[in-house]
Design a protein around this ligand. Structure first.
Ligand code: GNR
Ligand code: NI
Length: 171
């Protein structure tokens, strides 16, 4: 297992669209395991392969609270096939350190995907798990939370992270 480097905005690789995984073999399982280790180490509740510079349609999620039994879920070639309801959710993203913004999301989703063994499954998710699945699915399409906030919030986030990427120039 290995820790992977999480890319931060505005790294252009975050805009890549992931390719479907053709076969879930040991090389894919190795990527999944490294992604899980990287997510737990961050720590985050999800991580998409595009965030670690791997343009494949893979993400991992674990929404278990601290001290609870871990609950790793692996999604390969995920497809959201149904969305129900709407709500605003305050989201963070490992690619936007120290940023939290309200994003409009479906309240519940039905998702189809392959698991770590390449087996197809379907899942109904709501609230935080549904939000995480939508957030990670967006990453696989190169879509970032900054795309879904007001122009005002977008400018504020852009300034904050541009300054942080060039600390020597930040006055
Ligand atoms: O760790 C994360 N927390 C989070 C909180 C609310 C909504 C979405 C997320 S996902 C984020 C990890 C991440 O950046 N995944 O891509
Ligand atoms: Ni994210």
């Amino acid at each position: 297992m290995a820790l992977l480097t999480i890319l931060t905005y505005p790294d252009p690789r975050l805009r890549e669209v992931g390719l479907p995984v053709a076969i879930v073999d040991n090389s894919i399982r190795s990527i999944v395991d490294d992604m899980a280790e990287t997510m737990y180490s961050a720590p985050g509740i999800g991580l998409a392969a595009t965030q670690v510079g791997i343009p494949l349609r893979i993400f991992v999620v674990d929404i278990a609270a601290e001290g609870e039994q871990s609950d790793l879920r692996v999604f390969i070639n995920p497809q959201i096939v149904e969305r129900r309801g709407k709500h605003m959710w305050r989201e963070g993203c490992l690619s936007f350190p120290d940023v939290a913004e309200e994003v409009k999301r479906a309240q519940s989703v039905r998702v189809k995907a392959l698991d770590r063994d390449g087996r197809a499954f379907e899942l109904d998710a709501q609230d935080l798990l549904a939000v995480a699945i939508q957030h990670e699915t967006d990453h696989l399409d190169g879509v970032l939370m900054i795309d879904q906030v007001s122009p005002f919030a977008r400018r504020r986030i852009g300034r904050k992270l541009a300054t942080r990427a060039r600390p020597a120039l930040s006055g």
